[in-house]
Ligand binder design. Structure first.
Ligand SMILES: [Zn+2]
Length: 299
């Protein structure tokens, strides 16, 4: 037995590593601590400086060095965000909405249910408008749909055709050139989210989009990265992805305020989501590419 410190866990640790001559393990621990510290500094600097830069492209600061810079730095886009429930707009897409609005793009929100699985549909409907006002989306740009085939519920897979018909009609009516929605994992694996993605994917695959319309899906990340690795998410997102939106420091306050507009949903785990979720700070997108047809291939 080595030195006794009076705390069982500490004593066991010292017996195992120090008394046993585990210098390498101690050095490893110090190294990991230093790495965490360095990443914390990178995170803070990134958040406070990159987030404050002007962001002329559709994809924020990152867009400056992306291929889309050429076409979007001066162009003002009309962006449709297709979601499944009131609160999706801020739980998952807050940084994107705020960056787009700040850069002068128009943001429209199409919500496919009242989120009434617990009988709070009307309350949640009004909360969507409250949240959008906090985020800066005009009332007239927000549309919510109530449809017999689109019942809110974790186990309800929605039929694709009514969804894709609504989205297509909206794209054409409002002259939308950018559609944003969930990816095939639906962020949380919620079947309603996945259904909205499938409808967007269906429009792409059947070539039913307006000619100049591009589609992007919000990249889902695992639970560990979403919550436990949040410290690393800004550096990781910028280094390894092309389409990224990062919230500024002041954006985070706006996003939290918008989250609290959904007061009927503010259960204990929502507070944890506010504190730890990556989606309140970083959004990563992937482009859903149109299929290559013989006609376009031969151009
Ligand atoms: Zn949802």
């Amino acid at each position: 037995m080595g030195q006794q410190w009076g705390w069982p866990l500490v004593d066991v640790f010292f017996d195992k590593h120090i008394s046993g001559g585990g210098v390498a393990q101690i050095c490893g621990l110090i190294l990991v601590t230093l790495l965490i510290l360095i990443y914390s500094i990178i995170y803070t600097v990134t958040f406070l400086t990159w987030g404050k830069r002007s962001s002329p492209g559709l994809w924020g600061w990152k867009g400056v060095c992306s291929k889309r810079r050429v076409t979007t730095t001066t162009k003002k886009c009309r962006v449709l965000l297709a979601i499944a429930h009131p609160d999706d707009e801020v739980m998952f897409f807050g940084p994107t909405i705020l960056n787009l609005l700040r850069d002068g793009h128009s943001v429209y929100i199409l919500c496919f249910s009242y989120g009434d699985s617990e009988g709070q549909g009307l309350t949640r409907k009004s909360e969507l408008w409250k949240s959008c006002r906090v985020l800066g989306v005009p009332d007239e740009n927000v549309t919510i749909i109530k449809h017999d085939h689109l019942k809110d519920g974790m186990t309800n897979r929605w039929p694709i055709l009514p969804l894709s018909a609504h989205i297509r009609s909206f794209l054409n009516s409002y002259g939308i050139d950018t559609l944003i929605t969930f990816d095939r994992s639906g962020v949380s694996g919620h079947l309603n989210h996945i259904s909205v993605h499938n409808a967007a994917q269906d429009l792409v695959e059947r070539n039913l989009l307006p000619n100049d319309c591009e589609v992007y899906s919000l990249k889902s990340v695992g639970f560990f990265r979403q919550y436990a690795l949040n410290l690393f998410n800004i550096p990781l997102s910028y280094f390894f992805n092309q389409f990224v939106h990062v919230a500024r420091g002041s954006d985070y306050k706006t996003i939290v305020k918008a989250m609290k507009s959904h007061s009927s949903q503010m259960l204990w785990y929502r507070h944890l989501h506010i504190l730890f979720s990556m989606y309140l700070v970083v959004n990563i997108f992937q482009k859903i590419s149109r299929p290559i047809t013989l006609a376009s291939h031969s151009k």
